[in-house]
Design a binder for this molecule. Structure first.
Ligand SMILES: C[S@@+](CC[C@H](N)C(=O)[O-])C[C@H]1O[C@@H](n2cnc3c(N)ncnc32)[C@H](O)[C@@H]1O
Length: 275
């Protein structure tokens, strides 16, 4: 079986072909998926991507799924995992109704639900308001957030707390090569600021919006089914995190944690075949 994990981030298997615009490890091919998928037609039995499709504007997402179709062998399986617009919206509405009914616990959860719904699409600075939320010294509802987005929330919270330390303390931990790179970067930014003046802010926003961090689109079981069907896929079905047409899927632990819990509980999991 030849399997492809697109936009793998740090979640990859060494026995698969893994690809991302940021190569976190030597086992990952660095490539921008906006330029297509750099493999021959009909070359994989499985094409998988998790929380990647929503990073493309709708038309680019269609082209990306067409590319997935092209590189998949006939009878191969595509598995697409995205934040589930329907599930998130329903959770938001439930939270809103409980708040309006005066429930104090849900009033604590409300700001998080707004962030979950909107922040990754609307932010203009890296990490967005979510990062700000996670950098609070005492997050009032971390268990609720872990239930919503998975144990990754704990890691993000730790990272955000660490970032609160002064930049001087962070620089002290850098190697001399990294320190030189950092100083050159600071010099370049200083020159940009000098030349661009008030347009420098636009450059920063533009960099972030093109960095791959932003969610440009969201999908539910209807729109994702439609997209897969438009790209020529058949046998399209919603499945669970541990459930798949891919042999031995649950043991691969891509959508589940070692304890069997769901890696990203806010997800919609959908599979389809190439005829
Ligand atoms: C939310 S992370 C998901 C990572 C991993 N699949 C997971 O589920 O944990 C989105 C990933 O897509 C990658 N990505 C976004 N746009 C990309 C592009 N144009 N080309 C390649 N990778 C991209 C990002 O670098 C990031 O690693």
């Amino acid at each position: 079986m030849r399997c492809l994990n697109l936009g793998c981030g740090t979640r990859f298997r060494p026995d698969w072909v893994n690809l991302d615009s940021i190569a976190h490890s030597s086992g990952i091919i660095k490539h921008d998926l906006q330029k297509g998928i750099p493999f021959d037609d009909d070359s994989f039995d499985v094409v998988y991507h998790s929380h990647v499709l929503e990073h493309f504007p709708r038309a680019a997402g269609y082209q990306f799924m067409q590319e997935c179709y092209r590189v998949l062998r006939p009878q191969g399986t595509v598995r697409v995992v995205v934040p589930d617009l329907e599930q998130i919206t329903r959770a938001y509405l439930t939270t809103l109704e409980k708040c309006l009914a005066g429930d104090p616990i849900w009033r604590v959860n409300y700001p998080w639900m707004l962030l979950e719904l909107l922040d990754q699409a609307t932010r203009n600075h890296t990490g967005g308001d979510m990062l700000h939320y996670f950098s609070q010294p005492n997050i009032p509802n971390l268990d609720f957030i872990v239930g919503r987005i998975g144990s990754e929330a704990k890691y993000i919270a730790e990272m955000a707390q660490a970032q609160r330390q002064s930049s001087d303390a962070r620089l002290q931990g850098l190697s001399w090569k990294a320190l030189i790179r950092h100083r050159l970067w600071q010099l370049r930014e200083f020159l940009y600021r000098l030349v661009l003046r008030s347009d420098y802010a636009a450059l920063q926003v533009g960099r972030l919006r093109l960095s791959g961090e932003i969610h440009y689109c969201m999908y539910d079981r209807y729109s994702l089914h439609q997209l897969l069907s438009d790209c020529g896929f058949t046998d399209i079905a919603v499945c669970g995190a541990a459930q798949s047409q891919i042999p031995n899927w649950a043991a691969l632990r891509l959508d589940t944690e070692p304890d069997g819990s769901v890696y990203k509980p806010d997800s919609l999991f959908m599979e389809a075949q190439k005829r």
